[in-house]
Design a protein around this ligand. Structure first.
Ligand code: SF4
Ligand code: SF4
Length: 351
């Protein structure tokens, strides 16, 4: 398993233009498969347009204590891009006036941003209804300075959403690195001990599953049952919902697909599983994604491909929600990952 980001390895796939080129040429360039725009035109859903804004998703930086095989952010310990306090202050101004009700903090490991706790406290004061932290769990056990994160989360009523690719050590560690499973289990037990994830508890703890290879996720409802049964029986762990997410063909997952010669098969699977009903609720229709340096995107995936919003307003420094909501959403062939089968978003299935 790689221990460095694609960027650190000087991989050509660290270049977003190269990724977009791959996604537009080959089987899509020669019309073997229809482009995403063509497909959504068939069901009169082109251009894709935003609906009511509900979620502001902030990427606090690409630094992470893990280097997971599938990471669409290309995050890792060697990534130094971190949101500054100045950009956070601009975000807080937006949070005070937005119609969005949820602030979704992601990374990398968002907790590694040195101003993470200050920012969460300020965001609470700004009056946003819900704050989600996408925690990789192992960060809680990575260093003593993070051991009290569960208490911090509880104090601020944070909704914790955490990746957990499987309920077995082997499958989890293969995708996310040696030792990740045991640390994740310990972190989940710490969260449960504070009331997180317990039935009837208002301290929300959800898990995210994504496949470990070039295949689509199974049914979210039955997977949730299997996860709940196994984690309870083996480790006495409870959680609320399991979100099942499709891996999008970008960054390290694209690298994996190409290296394992699965790219074309995987794109065929995504296109064959295209579901027009899922297009209605793809997450770019209710979300704005803000990068560590304040640029605005339709979603976290577009952020990683460098596809800024198609609007006059492109940066948090001149944010204007009304202008921003009147835009067409930027799409490419990676979008098939959001519309396959039951669909996929940061909140799991959408159809
Ligand atoms: S998938 Fe999450 S935990 Fe893994 S390297 Fe990427 S940001 Fe870090
Ligand atoms: S990848 Fe982003 S822009 Fe494309 S459909 Fe999914 S959420 Fe929308």
């Amino acid at each position: 398993m790689a221990t460095k980001s694609l960027k650190k390895q000087n991989s050509e796939l660290a270049n977003t233009e190269r990724q977009l080129e791959i996604l537009s040429n080959g089987i899509f360039g020669n019309n073997e498969l229809p482009k995403f725009a063509t497909k959504i035109k068939e069901s009169n859903q082109f251009p894709l347009r935003p609906k009511k804004l509900e979620i502001l998703q902030l990427n606090l930086g690409y630094m992470c204590n893990q280097v997971c095989e599938h990471c669409h952010v290309d995050a890792g310990p060697d990534r130094k891009e971190i949101m500054t306090k100045e950009t956070m202050l601009q975000c807080l101004e937006v949070i005070k006036n937005t119609q969005a009700t949820t602030l979704d903090l992601t990374g990398g490991a968002p907790e590694m941003n040195p101003n993470f706790r200050w920012f969460v406290e300020e965001a609470c004061k700004a009056g946003i209804k819900e704050i989600i932290v996408r925690s990789n769990l192992t960060i809680i056990r990575a260093n003593k300075k993070y051991y009290d994160l569960p208490e911090f989360f509880k104090k601020h009523n944070i909704h914790v959403v955490s990746s957990m690719p499987h309920w077995t050590r082997g499958k989890t560690d293969k995708q996310r690195g040696d030792g990740v499973f045991d640390k994740s289990i310990k972190a989940l037990q710490d969260l449960n001990a504070l009331g997180y994830g317990m039935p009837e508890s208002s301290l929300k703890l959800d898990l995210v599953y994504n496949p470990s290879g070039a295949f689509l996720p199974g049914d979210q409802v039955s997977m949730e049952k299997d996860f709940k049964k196994a984690l309870l029986e083996d480790f006495d762990i409870q959680f609320h919902n399991l979100f099942s997410i499709t891996n999008l063909p970008i960054s390290r997952f694209l690298d994996y697909l190409i290296a394992s010669e699965n790219y074309e098969d995987y794109m065929y699977q995504l296109v064959e599983a295209y579901n027009p009903a899922a297009v209605e609720n793809v997450m770019c229709t209710n979300t704005i994604s803000i990068s560590w340096d304040g640029w605005l995107f339709d979603c976290d995936f577009n952020q990683m491909l460098g596809l800024k919003v198609a609007s006059k307003v492109k940066h948090i420094s001149n944010y204007n929600e009304e202008v921003l909501n009147d835009r067409d959403i930027m799409i490419s062939q990676h979008c098939y990952g959001c519309t396959a089968g039951a669909g996929s978003s940061c909140q799991g299935s959408v159809a």
